[in-house]
Design a binder for this molecule. Structure first.
Ligand code: AMP
Ligand code: GLY
Length: 428
């Protein structure tokens, strides 16, 4: 695609309405090469960065029509549902550069069975797995791998499709609720999220982050979309990123190109660092939430230029990424009863203006009521990001700020980045 950037700078449309999208909008607005940031549908946070436009994110034609009407230079797509529906293809179809994989490439996230097949073909280390379509196959696979059982819904399930349990009946029950299910070997070891920006050939890995998926402290409670994250990870081996680049990212991107469905956009690898080595737990086809929030707090490379280069196939010409040497810690404020049936419509107060302490409030499930007051509107309501020279300082800043926010019934984990600060994060 030719470089059609307007002289005044890039006009960018961010699709989605979560914390990830607000963080993307904030980082794009900091890029001196970006002239304007628009969001669709956005949230009250993105409304402070630029204008919000209503759109159904899973309707590719609606997304493409909006992008064309706004005349933007670049569309950045956040949600997997949008990508799996083909929004990136539709945007490119109207001649606009798009950061995000095509519909077939997004199957790396959309189907666990497809992702396994690509990993096997590319020789990427991952858990051994069986794809099952009957109760007999499920029972046989559970016996083959033994407890703890790992049972994954094949399709998209909003971060709630995976059950890890020592209870065989619970494993059978989850499997029977899925049309197609992947049963796999249990991976024992700390988890790391590694993002890579790619144009389908060149792969640019980011610094690693760690996400906290369980609802409550000490990894108790149900799986969630993610309750907090931090970066950098002082406890991972120095060569981790280089090894993942060589054994996971590059082979996967090459295999996708070989299949005629090149993957461009953000390749998110969830890794387990097991005693036997690095294993891929999952791929996602988009920025992770909440890892994006602390990572973007540290990325110094202008984001708009980077994503535009990925979208137009020119990543090889970009300079190496630059990172702030400090740390960032993100803590999610969740609504009462998240993730089961989050309570919404409650008043949020105490946000303050912040900033002076290096903290940022990133909106996700928030809305304005008729009088303009901020209210809760989703399970993960907002993320507070603290920065500092060290993880300990970033953590203190994030927790001091979130403690001042009031939302009836809400809760947050108090142990985000705690083990890393206490130098026991890599333990298992
Ligand atoms: P996924 O949606 O595949 O990322 O799975 C969600 C979460 O389930 C992961 O972040 C892990 O904590 C856990 N999980 C998934 N697969 C495995 C596995 N093979 N072994 C252990 N835990 C797993
Ligand atoms: N933080 C996990 C995810 O975005 O899927």
């Amino acid at each position: 695609m030719p470089d059609v950037r307007s002289a005044a700078g890039l006009e960018v449309l961010v699709v989605g309405s979560g914390g990830r999208e607000h963080a993307l909008a904030l980082a794009l607005a900091r890029d001196p090469g970006v002239a304007g940031v628009h969001s669709a549908p956005g949230n009250p946070g993105t409304a402070q960065v630029g204008r919000n436009y209503p759109v159904a994110v899973a309707d590719p034609e609606a997304v493409a029509t909006l992008a064309a009407d706004l005349g933007v230079d670049l569309v950045v797509i956040g949600p997997e549902a949008s990508l799996v529906a083909g929004a990136a293809d539709a945007v490119r179809g109207v001649g606009i550069a798009c950061f995000g994989p095509s519909r077939p490439a997004a199957e790396l996230e959309g189907s666990k069975a497809f992702a396994k097949a690509v990993m096997v073909a590319a020789g990427v280390p991952t858990a051994a797995a069986r794809v099952c379509e009957s109760a007999e196959q499920v029972a046989a696979a559970l016996d083959e791998f033994g407890s703890p059982y790992v049972v994954k819904n094949d399709g998209l399930a909003g971060g709630k499709g995976v059950v890890v349990t020592t209870d065989r009946q619970a494993a059978l029950d989850h499997a029977s609720s899925c049309a197609r299910v992947v049963i796999e070997e249990y991976l024992d070891g700390p988890e790391v999220s590694l993002f890579a920006v790619t144009d389908g050939r060149t792969v640019v890995p980011w610094q690693p982050a760690q996400d906290f998926k369980r609802a409550y402290d000490d990894d108790a409670g149900p799986n969630t979309g993610g309750m907090g994250a931090y970066t950098p990870l002082p406890w991972v081996p120095d060569d981790l990123v280089a090894e993942v680049q060589r054994t996971v990212l590059q082979p996967t991107v090459e295999e996708m190109a070989r299949r005629g469905t090149p993957f461009s956009g953000l390749l998110y690898t969830g890794l387990a660092l097991t005693r036997a080595g690095i294993r891929v737990v999952e791929f996602n086809a988009r920025f992770g939430d909440p890892e994006t929030q602390p990572l973007l707090a540290r990325l110094r490379t202008p984001l708009g230029g980077l994503l535009y280069a990925a979208a137009t196939g020119t990543l090889a010409d970009e300079p190496p990424l630059e990172w702030d040497p400090g740390a960032a810690v993100a803590v999610v404020l969740a609504a009462e009863d998240y993730p089961a049936l989050p309570v919404t419509g409650q008043m949020i107060t105490g946000l303050g203006t912040g900033g002076a302490d290096g903290s940022v409030v990133v909106h996700a499930g928030t809305a304005r009521d008729q009088r303009g007051h901020l209210i809760s509107a989703g399970g993960r309501v907002l993320t507070v990001v603290g920065t500092g020279a060290e993880l300990a300082a970033a953590r203190r800043t994030a927790y001091a700020r979130i403690a001042r926010i009031e939302l009836a019934g809400s809760f947050y984990r108090t142990d985000i980045a705690k083990a890393a600060v206490e130098q026991r994060a890599g333990e298992r």
